[in-house]
Ligand binder design. Structure first.
Ligand code: PMP
Length: 350
C-alpha cells in the first residue's frame, strides 16, 4: 500500500485468475480454454487485417461484428453489445444495469468475479446458497434485490438450469435486470437469447473464449432489449470508446462465419467430457452432471487439495478452490484426447 493510493483501491479484493504457467509441456486443464483452437478462417481474417489495419482506429461500434452476431442469434444489431471479453461486459452491467441500493443476488457457489465487481462499484452482493445437489433453485430468487446474475451452466459446478426455470426467475423479478452468463452454453445447454424479445428484463452474456476457442482475443457480448443495450453503450462510451481492436473485430466475425468448425469443436469437447466423466467415476469420483467444457468432481476418499498437488507434480494442472463447500472438488477442463488420457493415467497412479 502506498500513501498515493486512493482509499477506493485500498478496499479492493481483486479476482485471482487461474494460473497461466510459463512451462510449455504441461497438461493445462485449469482455465477452461478450448484445446481444439480457433477456426483457420480466424487466422486468415486477422492476417488480412494486419496488412493495413493497424494504423487506423477500429470501428467504435463494431457494427460488422454486431450485425454478424445479431443475424446468427435472430435479433437486431441494436440488441447486441460488444466488450473486451465477457468480463468487461459484466463489469458494465454491474455498473449500469444493477440498482445500487439493494443487494445483487448470485449463487453461492459461482463465478468469483461477481463479488469482485460488487466490491469495485461499492454495491452489496448477496450470495444465495445452491441446493444440496449444487443446483440453482429459482424459488430462492424471489426476494428483494437490485438485480440477479448467474452463469448457465453454472461455474465451477457445470450444472445447467433448464430454460423454464430461467423463466421463473425472470417472472419473479419483472422490475430488475436478470443476467444469464452463458460463457459455457454451447457445450450442451440451450441459450436464453431466444427469450429476449419476451422478457425486457433479460440480458444474456456470451463469450468467444470457450466454444470458439478465442480466449486470447478477448471478445464477449451481451444480447437483450435495446434499452438495456443503450445503457451499456453509455457506460462503455464513458470508459473506453474502442474496447475491441481491429484484429479482435475481424477474428471474431470470421469465427461466427465458420459454423462447421464451431460444431466440430463443441462435439469434440462433449464426447471427451462423457469419456472423462466415466473414467473418473470408475476411479471413485463423484462427478456433477456437466453441460460445460469442464467437470467438477470429488473423490470419495482422497482430498481435493492433495490430488491437485499430486497431479501438479506430474505436470498436470487442474483447478482447486480453497472455499467452503467445494474444497474437496477439482475443476477439470476437458482437453484433447491425449491430455485427458494423461489426466486419467495421472489419477490412476495415485
Ligand atoms: N463468465 C464465466 C462464468 C466464466 O467462467 C468466464 C471465464 N473465466 C467468464 C465469464 C469470462 O470470460 P471472458 O472474459 O474470457 O469472455
Amino acid at each position: 500500500m502506498s500513501r498515493f493510493w486512493s482509499p477506493l483501491v485500498n478496499d479492493l479484493v481483486p479476482y485471482v485468475p487461474g494460473e497461466q504457467p510459463k512451462m510449455a509441456n504441461l497438461v493445462k486443464l485449469n482455465t477452461n480454454e478450448n484445446p481444439f483452437g480457433p477456426s483457420p478462417k480466424v487466422i486468415e481474417a486477422i492476417k488480412a487485417e494486419l496488412n493495413d489495419g493497424l494504423r487506423l482506429y477500429p470501428d467504435p461500434e463494431g457494427e460488422a461484428l454486431r450485425e454478424t452476431i445479431a443475424r446468427y442469434h435472430g435479433v437486431v444489431p441494436e440488441q447486441v453489445f460488444l466488450g473486451n471479453g465477457s468480463d468487461e461486459v459484466l463489469a458494465h452491467i454491474f455498473y449500469g444495469l444493477f440498482q445500487h441500493g439493494e443487494p445483487i443476488l448470485f449463487p453461492d457457489v459461482t463465478y468469483s468475479f461477481y463479488p469482485v465487481y460488487c466490491g469495485l462499484y461499492k454495491i452489496e452482493g448477496k450470495p444465495v446458497p445452491l441446493t444440496d445437489s449444487f443446483e440453482i433453485d429459482p424459488e430462492d430468487y424471489r426476494q428483494p434485490n437490485g438485480g440477479v446474475i448467474f452463469p448457465n451452466p453454472n461455474a465451477p459446478t457445470g450444472r445447467y438450469l433448464p430454460l423454464e426455470q430461467v423463466e421463473s426467475i425472470l417472472q419473479a423479478n419483472p422490475d430488475r435486470v436478470v443476467v444469464v452468463d452463458e460463457a459455457y452454453v454451447d457445450f450442451g445447454g440451450e441459450s436464453a437469447i431466444t427469450l429476449v424479445d419476451q422478457y425486457p428484463n433479460l440480458l444474456v452474456s456470451q463469450t468467444l473464449s470457450k466454444a470458439r476457442s478465442l480466449a486470447g482475443l478477448r471478445v464477449g457480448f451481451a444480447v437483450g432489449h435495446r434499452d438495456l443495450i443503450e445503457a451499456l453503450n453509455r457506460v462503455k462510451n464513458s470508459f473506453n470508446s474502442y474496447p475491441l481492436d481491429r484484429l479482435a473485430l475481424a477474428g471474431a466475425k470470421a469465427a461466427y462465419e465458420d459454423e462447421a468448425w464451431f460444431r466440430k469443436s463443441c462435439d469434440g469437447v462433449i464426447t471427451e467430457r462423457e469419456r472423462v466423466t466415466k473414467a473418473l467415476e470408475n476411479m471413485g469420483f463423484e462427478v456433477l452432471p456437466s453441460k460445460a467444457n469442464f467437470v467438477f468432481a470429488r473423490h470419495k476418499e482422497q482430498s481435493g487439495e492433495a490430488l491437485a498437488k499430486s497431479l501438479r507434480e506430474q505436470g498436470i494442472i487442474v483447478r482447486h478452490f480453497n472455499k467452503p463447500r467445494i474444497s474437496e472438488f477439482l475443476r477439470i477442463t476437458i482437453g484433447t484426447a491425449e491430455q485427458n488420457d494423461a489426466l486419467i493415467r495421472g489419477l490412476a497412479s495415485l
